[in-house]
Structures are given as structure tokens and as C-alpha cells.
Design a protein around this ligand. Sequence first.
Ligand SMILES: Cc1cc2nc3c(=O)[nH]c(=O)nc-3n(C[C@H](O)[C@H](O)[C@H](O)COP(=O)(O)OP(=O)(O)OC[C@H]3O[C@@H](n4cnc5c(N)ncnc54)[C@H](O)[C@@H]3O)c2cc1C
Length: 358
Amino acid sequence: MTHAFHFDASLYAAYLRSYAERLGVRRIEGKIVETRLRGEDGFVEAVTLDNGRTIEGDLFIDCSGFRGLLIEQDLETGYEDWTHWLPCDRALAVPSTYDGQPDPFTRSTAHGSGWQWRIPLQHRMGNGLVYSSAHISDDDAAQLLLDNLEGEQLADPRALSFTTGRRLLAWNKNVVALGLASGFVEPLESTSIHLIQAGIARLLALFPDKRFSPIERDEYNQQIQNLFEDVRDFVILHYWANRRTDSDFWKSCAAMELPDSLQRKIDLWRSKARIFRENAELFARTSWVAVMLGQGILPESYDPIADALDEQKVAAALEQMRLANLQAAERLPSHGEFLAEILGHRRRSEPELPEFIF
Ligand SMILES: Cc1cc2nc3c(=O)[nH]c(=O)nc-3n(C[C@H](O)[C@H](O)[C@H](O)COP(=O)(O)OP(=O)(O)OC[C@H]3O[C@@H](n4cnc5c(N)ncnc54)[C@H](O)[C@@H]3O)c2cc1C
């Protein structure tokens, strides 16, 4: 069964840091204030910290967030803005108390000018509102979020702004941008950390030597572009196909012109319920089908090969699948029981640094 994770992002970052340090990664704390570029080709040679220390390198990985310290400010790589397809550009995040049984899923609720997330963790609820600043003021957005909290508010809302889109080249010269420095698809499908991981995996698979061949670089950039665009199309589908008509925001989403790649997917589905997983895209056929059907996009016909199948055999196969799923679900503990078991196990053994916990 496929699954995803709910993490406390700050704890996860601290965990990854200590994990990496234990494996021998050396961490140098400091703010980068200057970059030295090589005269002949503009490759990054060194960065200087605010304490005056200079750090030289062959390959630089830019994880500096939206601003893209090296990839954009120094190398001026360029950014493709997708706001016309995904108009939300701000978010507010706030934790709240929580004492029920945790759901094993994120709940996303549409509002007039965006949507709200609700993510149960072991010890608190993560909440947030993602919205379009062209359609609702920051104050009204904060009020909307706080009015819709289930538990008690634990902190002031934290504000974030972003421009959905992607860096034109995730790898430029000897700089590889990862994370928000490489682009951002708004968090409706919680895809950023997956894209970071996918970027790391591809960088390892195409790791350069000091000559930095354009062959590996171009392949990396193409693969990352495909990943970003596939995620983008899947998220756009939610906005475009949503049938709300009660606000200017939703009306403008329904009226948008879709990217060709998404239009082609919708046409194939509408024609005969066909979906193909392309490239190495994150979302499987079942995810696309769930959103298409869930948002009321119905196929006009079906694959003619289906007429060659024996209906009784198909019905029997479906029944077998239903029973297998039912039996598996009955055997499994609830999400709350599962978490309690893991936590109990960890408390009993108390390792200094827990091995990766689900
Ligand atoms: C509203 C919102 C919701 C999200 N929800 C999800 C989700 O559900 N699932 C998911 O997978 N992802 C989600 N993400 C994305 C996720 O938060 C990011 O992918 C993750 O934080 C990684 O970010 P990053 O390291 O690229 O950038 P950041 O977390 O922004 O880190 C950048 C770092 O660079 C440092 N820096 C900047 N300039 C300098 C300098 N000059 N010198 C030294 N250091 C510098 C900063 O101090 C900072 O520590 C969400 C993001 C947003 C905005």
C-alpha cells in the first residue's frame, strides 16, 4: 500500500542534520555575504561568510530558499512564473492543540480564495491557509484561518509568501539548486520534500566530475523540469476542475487556459478513460483517476477492448480485490494505535539517535 508521511518540519530538519553529521558531514554555521565567480566562465569559486571566512568548492548546492542566493542572485538563471495557473501566493501557518484520534491523512478544505490544510501530528495539529493575495487581504485570511481552527491556537500565525514556478535551470554551471531555490509548486499536494529527494537522487545518478559536462547537466535539468511540470499539472487540475462558483477566485480558476500537457491528459481521459503515467511522475494513475472522477470529469466512452472481457470474470476479479483490501484494512491497527506502538517502542529502547522512524 502506498503511503506518505506527516512530519513536524522543524524536528525533521534537526533529525536530518544530526543524521548527516553523524555520517561525517561538516557543518559550518554562517551567513553568506559574498560570492566569488571565476573570471573565464562564471563558475562559483568560493563564498565568504559574515565572519570573513572564505569557503572554496567545486560543486555548490544552493538550498537558500526562494531567493536562490547563488542560482539566481549570482548566476541570474531566471524563473518561470506559474501564478496564472496557480494563483495562491501566500500562506499562514499556525499550530493548535489536538486530543482526538489522529486521521491518517491531510484534510484540505476549499475556502473562497484558497484552501486550508489540517495535518495531525503526534503532539499537535498543523494548520494553515493558502490564499491568493489578489482576492483576500492578509487580515481577513488570518481571521478565516483562526475562525476555522478546531483546537486551541498555540502560536501566532506565521506568514509566508511565494511565487509558484520553477527555476529555468535547476543546475547552472557548478551550482545545483535544491528545494525552494529550485522552484515551488504550492503545497496542495505536499510535493516539495519529494522534489528535494528526487533532485538529490538524480544528482547522485548524474554526479559530475570537475569538467562539468553539459551532457549530465542537461539531462538533470530536463528530468527536474519534467518532475516539476507533472506535479504542476496535477495541482492545476484541482483548481480548474473544482466546481465552486461562489467567488471571483474560483470563477477565474475555472476560466483559465490550461497547459497543453494537462489539456492532453484531460482529453484522453474524457475520450475513453485513459490515463498514462508519464516520465517519472510522482502521481500514479489512481491519483489522476481520483481527482478526475472526484471533481466530476466523466469519460464520454470506454476502451473498446473492455467489450471483449467476460463480465462475470471482471466482477469476480473486482470482488476479490475488494475482499483483499477489506481484509488488509481489518488486520491493520488504527493510525493512533500504530503511533502509540512506535512511541512506546522508542521510549523503551531510547536510542541516542533514533533510526528513521516511519
Ligand atoms: C506554505 C508552505 C507549505 C508547505 N508544505 C509542505 C508540505 O506539506 N510538504 C512538503 O513536502 N513541503 C512543503 N513545503 C515546502 C517545504 O517547507 C520546503 O520544501 C522545505 O522547507 C525546504 O526548504 P528549503 O530548504 O529549500 O528552504 P528554506 O527552508 O527556506 O531554507 C533556506 C535556508 O537558507 C538559509 N539562507 C538563506 N540565505 C542565506 C545566506 N545568505 N547565508 C546562509 N544561509 C542562508 C536560510 O536561513 C534558511 O535556513 C511547504 C512550503 C510552504 C511555503
